[in-house]
Ligand binder design. Structure first.
Ligand code: SF4
Length: 102
């Protein structure tokens, strides 16, 4: 039996295979029945990173995939510096500011 959050694709190119339903259309009673305690936000990101690293928290901490969109949030919290940077104007460049080098 298919997972209730899967449904036959309405797109011909998918050949009738099951695809994930749009979670924005799933009503509350189904969430309660199928996934009563879903992870959201930072907790979901942390869980994904642990999954990515085979459950090894040390490997998540050492992750070198800086291009991954989850990388800044992989420890399960928003870094204070990142939060401030998003809320304030850029600081003028200084000689000792970190730069990307090859
Ligand atoms: S940040 Fe690293 S550990 Fe997290 S999902 Fe991306 S690659 Fe995996």
């Amino acid at each position: 039996m298919a997972h209730p959050f899967l449904a036959p694709s309405p797109y011909e190119a998918d050949g009738g295979h099951l695809i994930g339903r749009d979670p924005r259309t799933i009503p509350a009673h189904e969430w309660r029945a199928v996934m009563p305690d879903p992870l959201v936000g930072l907790a979901a990101i942390r869980a994904k990173c642990l999954d990515c690293c085979g459950g090894n928290a040390a490997e998540v901490r050492k992750c070198v995939c800086v291009a991954c969109p989850l990388w800044p949030l992989r420890m399960g919290s928003q870094p204070a510096g990142m939060r401030v940077a998003r809320q304030t104007a850029p600081e003028p460049a200084t000689a000792d500011a970190p730069t990307l080098t090859e």
